[in-house]
Ligand binder design. Structure first.
Ligand SMILES: [Zn+2]
Length: 369
């Protein structure tokens, strides 16, 4: 994980990087932040930067042998520990390292529930048992393989229980060149004895403007939507992403309305709908009509393959229900043609209300078996 791939957190990244460059590398740190703020990705980026052979001013090089092993999470001096629901007697976290790597590649921002879901263990309780803690002590007592430091990333010390006290001695007097990076969420569920022996790194929620910029870039959202989601997510990246995925295309409800009106042949409502919509600007009207064509094409494709395309959940549900009406494809194509004509009319500055009213009649006529 490179620092640049961690969303936002500019000022904390800067502080961490400065610390490493100035040789201030505390041997035990506790990254604390709520899920979705990025405490685990930050700990990973920190560990990679410490170990990078070709450290840049602001980030790891991403290319040296250490960075390449970090990218695949397979560096021999990088140790992980995390809660897991025991499957067989005496199992250790390292027995699940492949799943752990996959889960982290998929979403380094995952929370405990996400990890349990990934492991198909939603109804099981995970923990970090004493035998795992003893295994940590054993592996950290070994010499380093390749790097100056051996680093333990221990995710969610909340799940250690009182057994966590067996780590106190090694945290207090660690073997040479050993770094403990604990990554937790809630101080009130972590042993006080652990907290008092680690240097806290408080990971704040991602700033609204950082989150908004990320959503615009990664999810191609416009500024208004991105800002709205960022505000609603309170700095939680996972929540922000789930909000963007549930979002309803603003044209969708309009489209669903007009289809409903036309299907039930409430033509009085159709005229009112046309009147209401015609008050919108021409560009927006055109956008809506193009969207309508897209959905109809989606319905036609679905009727052939029964496969959902790249639709939101509400859109996919709508398409499936529409398909159950068994409207002939030739009728759907006539509706598409009607919409194309309407777009042409709008582009030629025709009367929007009349164009839309006419369109509703075309739709109504063709929404029959
Ligand atoms: Zn490197």
């Amino acid at each position: 994980m490179l620092f640049k791939d961690v969303v936002g957190q500019a000022s904390l990244k800067n502080k961490l990087i400065q610390g490493i460059q100035n040789g201030r590398i505390p041997h035990a740190q506790l990254f604390l932040g709520k899920p979705g703020s990025g405490s685990l990705p930050l700990a990973l980026a920190y560990a990679q930067y410490v170990s990078c052979i070709n450290r840049g001013e602001n980030d790891s090089c991403g290319e040296c042998s250490s960075c390449r092993k970090y990218a695949s999470l397979t560096h021999p001096d990088l140790h992980f520990s995390f809660p897991y629901p025991s499957k067989v007697k005496d199992d250790l976290a390292k027995d699940y390292i492949k799943e752990w790597r996959l889960a982290l590649h998929e979403n380094p921002y995952m929370d405990y529930e996400g990890w349990m879901k990934f492991r198909d263990a939603e109804n099981k309780q995970g923990n970090i048992p004493i035998r795992e803690l003893r295994a940590i002590i054993r592996s950290l007592s070994l010499k380093t393989f390749e790097s100056e430091f051996k680093i333990l990333i221990l995710w969610l010390p909340e799940y250690m229980g009182n057994e966590g006290n067996v780590l106190l001695k090694i945290i207090e007097e660690p073997p040479q060149n050993t770094l403990f990076l604990l990554v937790g969420e809630k101080t009130d569920r972590i042993l006080n004895t652990i907290i008092s022996r680690t240097q806290p790194v408080r990971v704040p929620p991602i700033l609204d403007e950082e989150l908004s910029a990320y959503l615009q870039e990664k999810y191609e959202l416009d500024e208004i939507h991105a800002k709205r989601f960022a505000l609603m997510a309170h700095g939680d990246l996972n929540l922000a992403i789930s909000l963007t995925q549930e979002t309803e295309n603003p044209y969708f409800s309009q489209f669903r309305t007009v289809i409903g009106i036309c299907y039930t042949r409430k033509m009085g409502d159709a005229v009112k709908w046309a009147e209401g919509l015609s008050a919108q600007g021409r560009e927006s009207l055109k956008g809506f009509l193009l969207y309508g064509i897209e959905v109809l094409r989606g319905i036609i494709i679905y009727s052939f393959h029964q496969k959902d395309g790249a639709w939101s959940k509400v859109e996919a549900d709508f398409i499936r229900k529409f398909d159950e009406l068994k409207i002939p494809i030739s009728h759907l194509e006539k509706i598409v043609k009607g919409i194309e004509d309407a777009i042409g009319g709008i582009e030629r500055n025709g009367n929007a209300k009349m164009i839309l009213t006419e369109l509703t009649f075309t739709i109504a006529k063709n929404l029959r078996k």
